[in-house]
Design a protein around this ligand. Structure first.
Ligand code: FES
Length: 325
């Protein structure tokens, strides 16, 4: 039987808060809903933040806040029903109804708007537009110049965006219409030509993010001004095998080229708690004692990466990693 060592450090999950669903609206395959606290105020949040949703049976998923950050009385979330859902989006669509109670974590922001006064180009692909809607609200309130490009096969947020105070800054690229021109990142960037200090923010499918980042770099936007957030799990890329030594358990395992470290450890009887399995939530983070990690998560800061590793998604640059398990 697999076990969790009793001296395993507690997982770094955020504190839980109880909330109630105020409204829930179906937009095609997306459920848009607002959450209000059962008591006390909600923690303040910044555009780009996400929260953990505790969905029962140990299921925890992360979703971006997509409302107006100035509205601190409620959190707005939007969840796409994924056809190959691992349970998270199905549970949300099955159970989130007006009046339902949920537990959530405090907002955490891995995709913040950088301070400044310069213009911004926001690009959201599909459900990846959600953090960028919050950013558009924030930029509008700051009086900053920006354009929000929304690229989608089923642009369900278009009516909602048309009702925002920044509707004139939204460009919807509807990919369901065969005659519609494809979104051209270079053309979109050309609209900002000559404006100094442009920042680019993109969230969505990896192909879109790569295309936007490449075009922005070619247009002269410095790498530190190109910000992106993956919206779904990046599959473990096939690579070479390596070894992991769980120091306290005295267990050494070989990690296959296309399996997570957590899978290799579980096969040997050492089960590491996981939640998102996407490098987002931090549940599987442990101390790295020796070896060089190839970090693939979006959770740890650069400083934290010096001696911590997310075991659900990261790889190794050295033949052996020694972890504090
Ligand atoms: S399980 Fe969420 S970061 Fe690894």
């Amino acid at each position: 039987m697999s076990t969790i060592p009793s001296n395993t450090p507690p997982a770094p999950q955020s504190a839980r808060m109880d909330v109630t669903v105020e409204t829930a609206t179906r937009l095609g395959q997306v459920l848009l809903f607002d959450l209000r606290p059962l008591s006390g105020p909600l923690p303040a949040w910044q555009a780009g933040a996400h929260v953990d949703l505790f969905l029962g049976d140990g299921l925890i998923r992360q979703y971006s806040l997509c409302g107006d950050p100035a509205r601190q009385d409620r959190y707005r979330l939007a969840v796409l029903l994924e056809p190959d859902s691992r349970g998270g989006s199905k549970a949300v669509h099955a159970h989130v109804r007006p009046g339902a109670r949920l537990a959530i974590g405090a907002p955490r922001n891995l995709f913040p708007l950088r301070p400044g006064t310069g213009p911004a180009m926001l690009v959201g692909g599909g459900i990846g537009v959600t953090p960028l809607i919050a950013m558009a609200h924030a930029l509008h309130e700051q009086g900053r110049d920006f354009v929000l490009h929304y690229v989608a096969r089923d642009p369900v947020f278009a009516p909602l965006l048309r009702r925002t105070p920044f509707a004139d800054r939204v460009r919807v690229h509807d990919r369901s219409r065969a005659e519609a021109p494809r979104f051209d990142p270079s053309g979109a960037l050309a609209d900002h030509a000559g404006t100094a200090g442009l920042s680019v923010y993109v969230c969505g499918p990896s192909g879109l993010m790569e295309a936007v980042a490449h075009a922005a770099g070619a247009a002269g936007v410095p790498p530190e001004d190109i910000h992106r957030e993956a919206f779904s799990a990046q599959p473990v890329a096939a690579g070479r095998t390596f070894e992991v030594l769980a120091a306290r358990a005295g267990l050494r395992v070989t990690v296959g080229g296309d399996e997570p470290i957590t899978t290799a450890l579980a096969r040997a009887g050492l089960r590491v708690p996981v939640s998102c399995e996407q490098g987002i939530c931090g549940t599987c983070v442990v101390t790295l004692l020796e070896g060089e990690a190839d970090h693939r998560d979006s959770y740890l800061t650069d400083d934290e990466r010096a001696d911590q590793i997310a075991l659900c998604c990261s790889r190794a640059r050295s033949p052996l990693l020694v972890v504090d398990l």
